[in-house]
Write a protein that binds this ligand. Sequence first.
Ligand SMILES: NC(=O)c1ccc[n+]([C@@H]2O[C@H](COP(=O)([O-])OP(=O)(O)OC[C@H]3O[C@@H](n4cnc5c(N)ncnc54)[C@H](O)[C@@H]3O)[C@@H](O)[C@H]2O)c1
Length: 383
Amino acid sequence: MSRDERIRILLVSIGMYGQKYLAEVTEKDVGGDVAAIVDVAPDLPERFPVIGEKGIPVYRSLGAFFERDRADLAVLSSPIHLHAEMVLECLKNGANVLCEKPLCLTEDETLKMAETARKTGRFLAVGWQLNYDRAVLRLKQDILEGRFGRPLRFRCVHAVRRGRKYYARNGWAGRIMADGREVLDSPFMNACAHQFQMMTFLLGGTMESPVRVTSVQGELYRGNPNVENYDIAALRFQTEGGVPILYYTAHPLKTRNLGQDGVAEFEHGRLTWGRDGVFRMTMDNGESICYGMDGSTPVMQKLYDAVRCTKEGTAPLCGPESGLAHLCGVRMAQLLPVRNIAPERVTWLEEDGDLFPCVQGLEETFLTAAENWALPGEIGLSL
Ligand SMILES: NC(=O)c1ccc[n+]([C@@H]2O[C@H](COP(=O)([O-])OP(=O)(O)OC[C@H]3O[C@@H](n4cnc5c(N)ncnc54)[C@H](O)[C@@H]3O)[C@@H](O)[C@H]2O)c1
């Protein structure tokens, strides 16, 4: 396929996140056009007038689409527990796939999808946008080349406020099971997964691979009593090679966005990063090195990379194995006990027509624990 040829893009599910892909493909020139949308929601043409304006066909299942048509690239933003079977169906029908993160629920599913991609000669890319970020890629290259010496320990605080509307938008948010299948939804699994996945990516032994996670210690809480799974997590993972990763994430907090606030210590320097997407390395010899000062990579770079790879017959760096450490971490964390926060420690905040549970003192607890490279209970803090 030549660079100028336009590719046919199938958008699978255009809910809270998938609509960003719809906007990108219909409002900008991404190098391809929407062949069709697959989604079961009945009211899509009313919610997205562009569907009628551009005459985009809408199907209720992948089977119905592939019976009549074909696509060069399928972009999946479907519920997590549907990813594996949808990815397989797209690959088997000749489409390359960009699937939103997290890819799936088990390592077996990951390996099966990777094998199917290999056999069909198509790629399976995953939408971990930080793995497409040019600053992160340059940083990883330098870590791999040993520019900062051995990595010693990593940590990050990243929590975002989520309230009633977020949990009410579908049948799987905050659930352990949905439609009789595991979904394990939590801030660590889903909304705040990126920073943890990125740290495992930075510690991986090759440009493609993440480090392996070997064990976890942690504290899980349920601040929002309507959530089935946990919604607050302070976790310490050990990784192959001995670099611990501490991660603090939650949804029931007063602050809209806490973090990202990341620190990575190396033999010869200390790396910090925040919400501005800039990674600042201060070396022990006083040298400072910045990644991302030239402007951050757009979140949708993943789509542009996937379109380019479709035309070239190559594959994006962020393949099926990219999320394995995160998946392993999610499954390990899921086995930890969950403590309910006492209702008198939760206040309910009404804002923007939404209702948010806020656990008192959560922000301070996380920031103090992170500063001390500790879990809250280890330094006498409790929620
Ligand atoms: N990369 C990011 O920053 C980011 C951010 C948010 C969400 N996500 C990911 O995007 C994915 C979707 O999350 P969301 O929050 O948009 O979910 P959502 O529940 O808001 O939307 C899911 C969509 O899937 C549709 N759907 C349900 N069953 C279907 C079926 N059988 N066939 C086709 N469509 C079906 C629903 O109608 C809905 O439109 C998840 O993997 C999530 O983790 C990624």
